[in-house]
Write a protein that binds this ligand. Structure first.
Ligand SMILES: O=P(O)(O)O[C@H]1O[C@H](CO)[C@@H](O)[C@H]1O
Ligand SMILES: O=c1cc[nH]c(=O)[nH]1
Length: 245
């Protein structure tokens, strides 16, 4: 019997073994313009998924929105349908010495979130798949992108632990940031660690390539026009790495 994913709403024949996991559904629509022979899966609950070809290799891209719980649902459903290789691409918050506009490759990710616990996280960083790290290093070099590789950390509480918009959270966010700096974290996001932890539990490969778009100290965010250029470069580098891994 053909397997079907409950929330994403696709069946096995609609997805590839190699998957890009993307937060923003609008980003998936823009990625579609860079793929050949695009198939759009019927969208469900904002989970937008497409499959197409890059350099002759079939890939799927699936948007999950924001946060570890739904990102791991997307990975889990696609892994259950036979996907084996997952690359998260998106934005991240920079800690020194990372500068805005740099491309960050996760070698490992440290879960400060709930979904990581659900998938057996012990509180220690979880490594990325070696093959994806190697291909990402090669790809960012081939594309001439400014990059670093190292430790990511992921959180659930964006406005509690990562970014303060209320006076009474400033001290907490600053303390979390100091702790991350002490632990050698390069960037923070909301999904890399739970995805790595779920991938380990499910026996599939995972990697993460993120652009640093927000400064964790000043809260400055990259402008939309610059982000559009960075996003195209992110797609190019990620697709080349994914099909080679
Ligand atoms: O650009 P994306 O991939 O959405 O990533 C980052 O931006 C969102 C908002 O914080 C979170 O999903 C976070 O991980
Ligand atoms: O988690 C993050 C990191 C960068 N930018 C965001 O909007 N969220």
């Amino acid at each position: 019997m053909t397997k079907r994913a409950w929330y994403i709403g696709c069946d096995q024949s609609e997805i590839a073994e190699r998957v890009l996991l993307i937060g923003d559904p609008a980003r998936v629509a823009r990625l579609a313009a860079q793929l050949d022979e695009v198939h759009w899966v019927k969208e469900n609950r904002g989970l937008r998924t497409i499959s197409g070809f890059h350099k002759g290799v079939r890939v799927t891209a699936s948007a999950f929105g924001m946060g570890g719980p739904i990102a791991t649902i997307a990975l889990h459903e696609l892994a259950n349908l036979g996907a084996t290789t997952f690359l998260r691409i998106g934005t991240s918050m920079a800690l020194p010495p990372v500068e805005l506009g740099e491309f960050l490759i996760a070698t490992e990710a440290w879960g400060q979130d709930g979904a990581s616990i659900a998938y057996g996280g012990t509180g220690d960083p979880v490594p990325a798949a070696d093959a994806l790290v190697a291909q990402l290093r090669q790809s960012v070099a081939d594309h001439g992108l400014p990059s670093r590789a190292g430790r990511f950390a992921s959180f659930d509480g964006f406005y509690r632990d990562m970014f303060s918009i209320d006076p009474d959270t400033q001290a907490r966010v600053a303390a979390v940031r100091e702790d991350m700096l002490r632990q050698g974290v390069l960037v923070t996001d909301m999904e890399t660690a739970p995805l790595f932890t779920a991938a380990r539990a499910l026996g599939v490969r995972a990697g993460s390539l993120c652009v640093a778009t927000v400064d964790s100290n000043t809260q400055r965010k990259i402008a939309d026009d610059e982000m559009a250029t960075l996003e195209r470069r992110l797609f190019d580098a990620a697709l080349d790495a994914l099909v080679a891994a």
